[in-house]
Design a protein around this ligand. Structure first.
Ligand SMILES: Nc1ncnc2c1ncn2[C@@H]1O[C@H](COP(=O)(O)OP(=O)(O)OP(=O)(O)O)[C@@H](O)[C@H]1O
Ligand SMILES: [Mg+2]
Length: 309
């Protein structure tokens, strides 16, 4: 399976929030995907949750840019309502891997994904899968809070409005801000610019904006790296709340954060070839408690104890 960036894709932020032509499905604890559901305009039909259901299954996944392999041979499963952490030294391909989970690499010209990646059993890169619908179901929060230059209310209402929601926006916005643990702090100033918020509040607003379109999965790429310890602790508490309803995959450089907040951890490192080629490879994937106390690979131990990376 190969995917390359279509020439006519729109810029990342616009595309993330692209509409389906219908209202989003009512939030269910676990939303299974069928090939049909990921097609454009497809109807969501939630099915009952299963314990530890596999959401993403990666098998020998590789991503290259313009023919240069950035990361290869990645095999692991991401399970429902767990927090999966991706750790490893700078440049090993954590963001690249994260972006492959919601087809954001499609937006990078020259990016290609090889291997197998299924989402609820559906080939995520299958010909009938609509990347826009994928990005609604699999939302993303970035390293630097990136609210739109709009009011707090309009930031959260943005996605639902694009999805065609006209009624009930007040309730949707309140519910999303409440789930993002921000409602009490902003309920009296919803019409003020999002830029009047602190960095930590802006990041929670971005999380609210993400969950307002009822995703199934939230991807977070170093969501706390621009925040102070108190704001970081709030996001970590929030992640703990959110994982009751959502599956979370987080990239972090913060070992304590990975150890504290995640259920399973993937440690990736960079192999340097004879000719200086640098390729990211998965070294170890395990339950976080095991990986941080009894890693099976000496490279994992070296990294988590700060001896390299
Ligand atoms: N848009 C791109 N075009 C070309 N190469 C890229 C692109 N993005 C990343 N790469 C390359 O892919 C490799 C992995 O980069 P990536 O950003 O995924 O690493 P990372 O683990 O997230 O690093 P960091 O911890 O510094 O954020 C690097 O060699 C990088 O140069
Ligand atoms: Mg990165």
């Amino acid at each position: 399976m190969t995917s390359s960036a279509p020439e006519d894709e729109k810029p990342m932020q616009q595309t993330v929030m692209q509409p389906m032509a219908q209202e989003p499905a009512v939030k269910q604890p676990a939303v299974m995907a069928s090939p049909k559901m990921l097609e454009r305009d497809a109807a969501a039909s939630p099915v009952p949750e299963t314990e530890s259901e596999v959401v993403f299954s990666l098998d020998d996944l590789s991503v290259s840019y313009g023919g240069n392999v950035a990361i290869e041979g990645v095999t692991f499963d991401v399970r429902a309502r767990e927090i999966t952490a991706l750790i490893g030294p700078s440049g090993c391909g954590k963001s690249t891997l994260l972006r492959s989970l919601n087809r954001m690499n499609d937006l990078i010209v020259g990016a290609k994904v090889h291997g197998s990646l299924t989402y609820h059993g559906v080939d995520l890169y299958g010909p009938k899968v609509d990347p826009v619908e994928v990005r609604r179901r699999v939302g993303m929060v970035f390293q630097k809070p990136n609210p739109f230059p709009k009011s707090i209310f309009d930031n959260v209402a943005f996605g639902p409005k694009l999805l065609g929601k006209r009624r009930g926006l007040d309730d949707i916005v309140e519910a999303a801000l409440t789930r993002a643990a921000l409602w009490d702090e902003v309920k009296d100033k919803l019409k003020e610019s999002a830029f009047t918020l602190s960095g930590g509040q802006q990041q929670r607003l971005c999380i609210a904006r993400c969950i307002a379109v009822e995703p199934d999965v939230i991807l977070m790429d170093e969501p706390c790296s621009a925040l102070d310890p108190i704001a970081t602790a709030k996001i970590e508490d929030l992640m703990e709340q959110l994982k009751r309803e959502y599956t979370i995959v987080i990239v972090t450089h913060n070992m304590q954060q990975a150890a504290r907040a995640s259920d399973r951890t993937a440690f990736i490192t960079t192999d340097v070839g004879d000719e200086g080629t640098r390729i990211g490879r998965l070294v170890e994937f395990d339950e976080t408690s095991k990986l941080f106390t009894q890693p099976t690979d000496s490279r994992t131990e070296g990294y988590i104890t700060g001896r390299f990376g």
